[in-house]
Write a protein that binds this ligand. Structure first.
Ligand SMILES: Cc1cc2nc3c(=O)[nH]c(=O)nc-3n(C[C@H](O)[C@H](O)[C@H](O)COP(=O)(O)OP(=O)(O)OC[C@H]3O[C@@H](n4cnc5c(N)ncnc54)[C@H](O)[C@@H]3O)c2cc1C
Length: 388
């Protein structure tokens, strides 16, 4: 296309933007790419965990993997699950960023512009105009990976908020073979609460206090939760190595299907990449980056984050509505799932790889009344749309 400055602008160099750009670099994409990212430095700002087959590239690249995970109302009790051929993998974000940045640095036609923020994306005919604090560029396509605003997150069915600290407690620590996926589960005035512990080694762990709530919580609530967890476990004086926190949307409405321009697609969390029922998004964003890079390699336009499969979207929405309506029963729902489901079924469900029989087992494991109530107020709807 004539009159463009670059072929592709990627707006946002977080997980989605870097994943796409590093794939384009790896496959020697012959177009020019501009990646615009406000941050100047990449830090170890998050822990990426996922259920994944043991032989998957992400399991192989993981900083740590576990074969067992616990779901419990108390930390020292409850159910331990495991799944042959599956693991729960942890990737340090600093390692993921470094690998992607190194790949991008090898590609002369991909420019990462740090310290700049995109203000507007305007559809042209054809193409797109992207304005940032560095100026305005015309491109054939734009992939917009900007995160949702706080106001949009507030429209989600639930928010998942957490505060975590990676720490080295003095004295003996945890069993480093078992992840505490959801322990200390209970509910209070703010909604459902649980503890999440990644035992990175016998001496070091990431400990997080997590809540599912229908309102946006002040970070001090989560910090107080975390202090209480650490106090109860005798870890209050642990050396803190780093902190992470977030409020993630669960069941984010992604708007109507009207597409403003074929030249602009959306990806990442803002395009509904997080699984509504779990808040996991890492693997989904990787799968999208694979598809998008393949499309560009064929000379086709980039693709946005795909629609949610209709049945899964409906089930997740119903599940979330029940959790939102009945936080006090949420520990019992998760305990029932852990008790009834074989580890493999649980892992497949969490990894978006559930089979129809798995879905049937999940439905059968849950008490029918609250779900029937939620179903009476819902019906299958078109799945999550991805629009500008
Ligand atoms: C602390 C934390 C822990 C998480 N843990 C997990 C986990 O264990 N497993 C899992 O599956 N998922 C997890 N997630 C969810 C999800 O995987 C991550 O949020 C992931 O980073 C989402 O990728 P993204 O590209 O959509 O957003 P981001 O990685 O946040 O990238 C968006 C980028 O857009 C940039 N940006 C913002 N405004 C502009 C602008 N105006 N112009 C240009 N760029 C802009 C931002 O600086 C950022 O780099 C976690 C999220 C957080 C925050």
């Amino acid at each position: 296309m004539n009159g463009v400055d670059v072929d592709l602008v990627i707006v946002g160099g977080g997980l989605a933007g870097l994943s796409l750009a590093s794939r384009l670099a790896a496959q020697n994409f012959d177009g020019s790419v501009l990646l615009v990212e406000p941050r100047l430095e990449y830090t170890d700002d998050r822990s990426w965990c996922l259920f994944t087959p043991e032989q998957s590239p992400w399991a192989v690249a993981a900083t740590r993997r576990w074969q067992r995970w616990r779901i419990a109302a108390r930390a020292d009790a409850g159910l331990e699950l495991s799944a042959a051929g599956w693991c729960y993998a942890y990737l340090r974000s600093s390692a993921v960023y470094a690998a992607a940045l190194a790949k991008i640095a090898e590609a002369p036609r991909i420019q990462l512009l740090r310290g700049h923020r995109v203000d507007s994306i305007r559809a042209l005919d054809p193409g797109v105009e992207v304005s940032s604090s560095a100026g305005t560029v015309r491109a054939r396509w734009a992939v917009d990976t900007r995160p949702p605003s706080i106001q949009r997150i507030a429209q989600a069915t639930l928010r998942q908020s957490f505060a975590g600290r990676e720490m080295v407690p003095s004295g003996s620590f945890v069993d480093d073979g078992v992840v505490e996926l959801m322990t200390d589960m209970h509910a209070d005035a703010h909604g459902f609460v649980f503890t999440y512990v990644l035992p990175l080694s016998p001496e070091r762990a990431m400990v997080e206090a997590t809540r599912f709530s229908t309102t946006t919580l002040d970070p001090s609530v989560l910090e107080a939760d975390l202090d209480a967890v650490l106090e109860a476990r005798g870890w209050a004086s642990a050396q803190v190595l780093r902190r992470e926190s977030a409020t993630l949307p669960m069941g984010l409405p992604v708007g109507d299907r009207v597409k403003a321009s074929p030249a602009v697609v959306r990806a990442g969390i803002g395009a509904g990449a997080l699984r509504a029922a779990s808040g996991y998004g890492f693997a989904r964003i990787q799968a999208w980056a694979d598809r998008c890079a393949q499309a560009l390699a064929r000379g086709a336009a980039p693709c946005g984050h795909p629609r949610e499969p209709r049945l899964q979207a409906w089930m997740d929405t119903t599940f979330l509505r029940v959790l939102a309506a009945e936080p006090e029963r949420t520990p019992a729902f998760f305990t029932a799932l852990a008790r009834a489901l074989p580890g493999t079924v649980f892992a497949r469900f969490m990894a978006d790889a559930a089979r129809p029989t798995d879905l049937a087992r999940i439905v059968a494991a849950l008490p029918p009344a609250p779900f029937l109530r939620a179903l009476m107020h819902s019906r299958p709807r078109p799945s999550a749309a991805v629009t500008m």
